[in-house]
Design a protein. Structure first.
Length: 790
């Protein structure tokens, strides 16, 4: 169940026509009828089917690849390996480009890309794959950061001594001085596991060439980013690469890296001259989907007697898997955003991202945040307990306030974490429950939040972060919004259409959106870092306002009003007019009006096509220290979640029976979509807290690469969710908006873990909190108690 709730009434003094309302999704009919096409649904004439040739060793030199038997099989059209394609390195961090299309000399994880094959049908394709023989020189492998860090450990990359891929050492303020001033200091160490995104649509890519141009249909989160890197890898002009993204069955960060499917499809299609469809099955997603990093996190915090934080020391070790991808950003995000959540001056952050012989990790919803938030929220609860302070009170004391600057240089404008904590406390019955529930039942709190768009793009560029264009048809009866923002299921097409309607004063139902096509749409960097409502929203708002300015100027020449017994015609100013819901009227005499369509027709006759343009660039953000760009954002969300759980003390089974989420998300454009984001985020969060973990065998092979053995929450696991908003105004967002999609995941792990601790009285320091771990922890605590009693 979701409720709309305003705590700080910043925005309700104006009733908008199209925003702030739960309007029907633009894609609803396509999705409920099955009419919408995803990449795997597409078919082209003479299309071939392709798969990657994947390593069967976790770490080995490639001695020989024998494709002779497969080549003889009728229906096989092409087999390619590293010798057949460009050897340029790529990735997401220019400082860590370490991937090639296919492995050149050695493989670095089980499932690594050795080559690709395509055939006339899937049956032939799978037969051919079995005929390919690869000879290896097997090398020692490391599967954990601890193994990778050992003296004499095998080096996965020569350019990463000690297998450290990213190393961060940052300090702000004076930690050592603060240590001397602290009344109480505590250290805790907790671990977060590797998890996968759990989207229902595996990766898929189709490529075909027309002359010197290639077109790619892909399940990807950024059409422009894919276009940019395909052009770079194949030494092409960006204009010769067209990327089209059909409907996308979710991404959560797992469809942001350049997939091996995309580059292989381009290469195979070039060789064969036919369209080539490359696809993963579900197990292959576990190897190639860029899972959430496993993390080992140690926090040392010093506080005053009252619980005010004086300093924090954070050391985080990340298991990055075999390649970098987004791992540099993941490492910085893991520590950088704690200073946004809580207000303290002295901070030391050290991070080490190790490469291991497991599949590479990357971004997952709440990029770099859920595990550190879980660890610090657990740590903060222990400090509160040690000092005899209520967990919410210590958070209220330390919550960051609006219009402040963090020690690492982030400017925080609207920020109402304190109010979110107070609301959550009040609606959950916290005071009546905390410390008063029976054994096996507990309540816990956690705070979180996220950026509303990254201050800097995934590659350095001076380009705007988003450009939008709106075209009105010549008869004025329809408008089209052009943007390359990417709807991956979250509803951005709907929200941007609502924004366009509001900015133009034009009916929502008469607007369509053209997006996810680099030939037809404008520049946008896509769906990552919860950026689109603010960044693409600004571009769309400005494009809509540009249309409206032209409409009002044209209408001022057409309307006439009475003045001193006569009529004043064509002498009105645009400032005297307003346009709402497709009607242009005189502000002082609303009865004097004309339809938008009539004005648009007149504009077309006089000026040609009616087009509005808008763009957004956040400007320069952040400090000057190394890594200062990561974590910068025009706006930051905050959120508080409280969870109530029941734990079976005999079996360790945990059930979340209720949760309350309060999100400081700025002005809410579409309340129903916001509540959907919160419910989905909480579902992912409880899965990661209680059940989910990728399991490998001793050779680095995934053992639970399917939804039968990898335990995701179902509808039966979902508790009552009360979703509330602190209705605030973000000055850096259009109409005061900011993010909700990723920030809503970040408090969940901490609040559920704290609730389990409250229920059983034993802290389990490693996720997930499985029944076995809880049962063992209870037995150990029981044994220790009996031993102490003797």
């Amino acid at each position: 169940m979701a409720k709309e709730f305003s705590y700080l009434n910043f925005n309700r003094n104006k009733e908008y026509s199209y925003i702030g309302k739960s309007l029907k999704r633009t894609d609803i009919l396509d999705k409920v009828t099955g009419r919408g096409k995803f990449t795997a649904d597409l078919k082209f004439s003479n299309m071939l089917y392709g798969k990657l040739i994947r390593s069967t060793e976790a770490h080995a030199r490639i001695i020989k690849i024998d494709t002779s038997e497969a080549e003889k099989l009728p229906g096989v059209r092409a087999i390619i390996t590293a010798k057949d394609v460009p050897s340029i390195k790529y990735g997401l961090s220019p400082a860590r480009y370490d991937e090639t299309i296919f492995c050149i000399d050695k493989v670095r994880y089980y499932g690594d890309k050795i080559g690709a094959i395509c055939a006339v049908d899937e049956e032939t394709l799978y037969k051919a794959l079995k005929l390919i023989k690869v000879e290896y020189e097997v090398l020692p492998a490391v599967f954990t950061p601890a193994e990778a860090a050992k003296e004499g450990a095998p080096q996965i990359f020569e350019e990463y001594p000690g297998n450290i891929n990213t190393e961060i050492h940052l300090e702000f303020g004076d930690v050592e001085k603060a240590k001397k001033e602290a009344y109480y200091i505590r250290t805790d160490r907790l671990q977060g596991q590797r998890t996968v995104h759990g989207f229902i649509e595996p990766h898929c890519s189709i490529a075909y060439w027309e002359g010197k141009r290639v077109t790619i249909h892909s399940a990807h989160q950024s059409a422009h980013y894919l276009q940019h890197h395909i052009a770079r890898i194949f030494n092409m002009k960006e204009g010769d690469v067209r990327v089209i993204l059909p409907y996308i069955g979710a991404g959560f960060g797992g469809k942001l890296d350049v997939s091996g499917l995309d580059v292989a499809a381009v290469a195979l299609s070039k060789i064969t001259g036919q369209p080539v469809k490359m696809f993963f099955d579900l197990e292959e997603v576990w190897y190639n989907g860029r899972a959430r990093h496993g993390m080992d996190m140690k926090y040392t915090t010093g506080v005053t007697k009252e619980g005010k934080i004086l300093f924090v020391e954070s050391e985080i070790i990340l298991d990055g898997g075999a390649y970098t991808g987004l791992g540099v950003a993941s490492s910085y995000y893991a520590g950088a955003l704690l200073t946004v959540l809580y207000d303290f001056d002295n901070y030391r952050f050290d991070a080490y991202r190790y490469v291991t012989n497991l599949p590479p990790c990357g971004a997952q919803r709440g990029h770099g945040q859920p595990h550190p938030r879980y660890a610090f929220e657990s740590h903060l609860d222990h400090i509160a307990e040690d000092l005899g302070i209520d967990p919410i009170d210590i958070r209220l004391l330390n919550a960051r306030r609006a219009n402040t600057v963090t020690p690492n240089g982030y400017e925080v404008k609207a920020y109402y974490l304190k109010e979110a904590n107070e609301m959550a406390r009040d609606v959950s019955g916290w005071k009546e429950k905390k410390g008063k529930l029976p054994k096996g039942r507990g309540i816990g709190v956690g705070n979180g939040g996220f950026v509303t768009g990254a201050g800097y793009c995934m590659y350095r560029t001076d380009l705007p972060h988003s450009i939008a264009m709106i075209k009105v048809y010549d008869d004025g009866t329809h408008a089209v919004v052009y943007t390359n923002a990417v709807d991956i299921g979250q509803g951005s097409d709907t929200v941007l259409t609502q924004m366009a309607a509001q900015a133009m004063g034009y009916p929502y139902e008469d607007i369509t959106i053209c997006t996810r096509d680099t030939d037809l749409s404008t520049l946008d960097f896509g769906a990552y870092a919860s950026r689109q409502t603010l960044m693409a929203g600004w571009a769309v708002k400005r494009a809509g306002e540009d249309v409206k300015r032209k409409i009002l100027a044209q209408a001022a020449e057409m309307l006439k009003v009475k003045e001193d017994g006569g009529y004043r015609f064509g002498k009105l100013t645009p400032e005297e007019l307003e346009c709402e819901e497709g009607i242009v009227y005189v502000k002082q005499e609303p009865a004097v009006n004309i339809t938008f369509a009539e004005v648009a027709r007149a504009y077309f006759v006089k000026h040609g096509v009616l087009i509005g343009r808008g763009y957004y660039h956040p400007g320069k953000l952040g400090g000057t220290h190394k890594g200062a760009a990561v974590g910068t954002s025009p706006a930051y969300s905050s959120a508080t979640q409280i969870a109530e759980v029941e734990v079976d003390m005999e079996t360790g089974l945990t059930k979340v029976v209720g949760t309350w989420d309060v999100h400081d998300s700025g002005f809410v454009v579409n309340p129903q979509l916001l509540h959907g984001q919160v419910h989905g985020a909480f579902s992912m969060g409880i899965g990661e807290t209680i059940w989910e973990k990728v399991i490998f065998d001793e050779k680095g092979r995934v053992l639970n690469g399917n939804f039968a053995e990898y335990r995701l929450p179902t509808a039966l696991d979902m508790p009552y969710v009360e979703s509330l908003v602190v209705d605030t105004f973000e000055p850096n967002g259009p109409w005061g908006v900011k993010e909700v999609g990723e920030g809503a995941t970040t408090p969940t792990l901490g609040c559920v873990a704290n609730a389990v601790y409250d229920a059983i009285g034993v802290r389990i320091s490693e996720l997930p909190l499985t029944p076995e771990k809880i049962w063992r922890a209870l037995k150990e605590a029981e044994g220790a108690k009996e031993k102490g009693g003797k």
